[in-house]
Design a protein around this ligand. Structure first.
Ligand code: FAD
Ligand code: SF4
Length: 471
């Protein structure tokens, strides 16, 4: 019997139910409940199977979305998991944390009038279900090449590179300074978006494939880069971006002012009971908190503050809501959890008390002026509108800059004017740097971006490395 292509008219889009709001405000666990098997199959069946699927093009790793949706309607979960993994090394993570409203789902033909197919949640359903039923990648056809590659950084880019190399018979040894794999998946993204046992499951799968992790190893400190470069056939650099952007405020160094990433990492390490080399744990219980910034990191900070028991949490952003860089889904989640949003406020300085401790933020109100090259309207201060908003603690979430270590520069790896490693996808050997045996990818090449774009770069770099080591 042929498929009913008008299914989407009768079956409405559903999003997975969220946990009760009072629970969400105290819990550091994922807020979305899983879709059931019937719900997933019903939602997957809404797909029109467009001849030229825009969702697939908008997905940075070009997942075979209509094909795995069809496998879900047929209940073929292992086949769907195999297909998911043929384009994406971390589908269970991307299903959870991709901003689908800007990527695959925004391009779904049904999006405007009927509600996009719930692609991200079905990707999560496929992988979670397959893992629970014992799915493992089939590497029985892999022929060993005898080549070995060192991957520095166990974030999404490094993991994706190691995955593809292993599937092509190259031994991948992944070094990371942290005690757990995942990079920002583990330590940056809070567990109410991505629970940490999801990463542990992935680690077991990768270790089962033969990927070796050498953790608690800070390259440049515990082992020299030259040693790695000499020992392996090639090296993949995937160190991420870790320099906080500052506001340039006179009192930015005052007690009670925190940078976003240290705050989030310290909180996660505390929850994971990691004490060795841990960031200080800061707890905002009973405090009035202002978070400066309007991106996803700011949303993670406000929502973490709520869960710690802050009495009042405000997100202050210099443009209006429509011009916020953060995902609308995460802004909505923050609002539901009681975060107070103040738009059109430009911070001028941290206000300090007589002991030099932060006691608020001095703002000027703004109005939006002309659009910049990216189409975003720039905030213009309104003269005479300065005021101080009181707070016990201030978190600065203005984004991150590249942080290339000295050993990388000493090795002759060229950087662009913003400190990003120069490595081009469309070159003889994809994502090769200025040194022939060194490749790079993820945030340290793109600048701070997304999990899925880091995965994409890791996979492409692996193909470049294969071409290089086997040439
Ligand atoms: P990273 O994930 O940063 O991994 C780099 C790894 O290199 C780290 O594990 C680090 O320990 C290791 N390393 C660095 N130097 C050394 C060294 N010398 N020796 C050994 N190891 C080293 N993206 C999304 O798609 N969705 C989200 O919801 C989202 N939320 C985010 C929330 C926050 C707070 C932040 C900061 C980012 C978020 N992102 C999100 C962005 C996303 O996490 C990153 O784009 C992605 O993790 C980049 O991957 P990467 O592998 O390039 O680097
Ligand atoms: Fe959508 Fe991200 Fe999955 Fe691609 S990887 S289909 S963009 S959720």
């Amino acid at each position: 019997m042929s498929k009913n292509v008008y299914q989407f008219i009768d079956v409405k889009r559903i999003d997975p139910p969220k946990k009760a709001i009072e629970q969400r405000k105290i819990d550091f666990v994922e807020i979305y409940q899983p879709l059931s098997t019937d719900q997933s199959a019903g939602q997957a069946d809404r797909c029109l199977d467009c001849g030229n699927p825009y969702c697939e093009w908008k997905c940075p790793v070009h997942n075979y979305i209509p094909q795995w949706l069809e496998l879900v309607t047929e209940g073929k979960i292992f086949e769907a998991a195999d297909l998911c993994h043929s384009t994406n090394s971390l589908p269970e993570m991307c299903g959870r944390v991709c901003p689908q409203d800007r990527l695959c789902e925004s391009a779904c033909t049904l999006n405007e009038d009927f509600g996009a197919v719930t692609i991200g949640n079905i990707e999560k359903y496929i992988t979670d279900t397959a893992f629970a039923q014992g799915w493992k990648p089939d590497l029985s056809d892999v022929v060993k090449t005898g080549k070995r590659v060192a991957v520095i950084g166990a974030g999404p880019a490094g993991l994706a590179c190691a995955d593809v190399l292993t599937r092509h018979g190259v031994d991948a040894v992944v070094y990371d300074k942290h005690a757990q794999i995942g990079g920002l998946l583990t330590f940056g993204i809070p567990s109410f978006k991505l629970e940490k046992d999801v990463i542990q499951t992935r680690r077991e799968i990768f270790e089962g494939m033969g990927i070796e992790f050498r953790l608690n190893t800070n390259v440049g400190v515990d082992i020299s880069f030259d040693e790695l470069s000499n020992e392996y056939d090639a090296v993949f650099l995937a160190l991420g971006t870790y320099t906080d952007m500052t506001g340039g405020f006179e009192h930015e160094g005052a007690a009670g002012v925190y940078n976003a990433l240290d705050f989030l990492i310290g909180n996660t390490q505390n929850l994971m009971k990691i004490t060795e080399n841990a960031k200080p744990y800061v707890n905002f219980s009973g405090k009035k908190v202002i978070v400066l910034g309007g991106g996803d990191t700011a949303m993670d900070c406000v929502r973490t503050s709520v869960r710690q028991g802050a009495t009042d949490v405000t997100c202050a952003y210099r443009r209006d809501e429509a011009n916020m860089p953060g995902s609308p889904r995460e802004v909505q989640n923050a609002k539901e959890e009681g975060v107070n949003f103040q738009f059109n406020l430009q911070p001028l300085d941290i206000a300090v008390d007589k002991n030099g401790k932060a006691c608020g933020v001095k703002f000027v109100k703004t109005q939006l002026g002309a659009a910049d090259a990216n189409g975003r309207r720039s905030p213009e201060p309104i003269e005479g509108s300065e005021f101080i908003m009181e707070a016990d603690a201030v978190v600065i979430a203005f984004g991150f800059l590249p942080s290339p270590p000295q050993w990388m520069k000493d090795a002759g790896v060229e950087l662009d004017s913003r400190g990003r490693v120069i490595a081009v996808e469309n070159s003889n050997f994809a994502l090769q740097t200025s040194k022939e045996n060194i490749f790079a990818g993820g945030d340290m090449v793109l600048g701070s971006d997304l999990v899925v774009t880091a995965v994409d770069q890791g996979r492409k770099a692996a193909l470049g490395i294969l071409d290089y080591v086997l040439s």
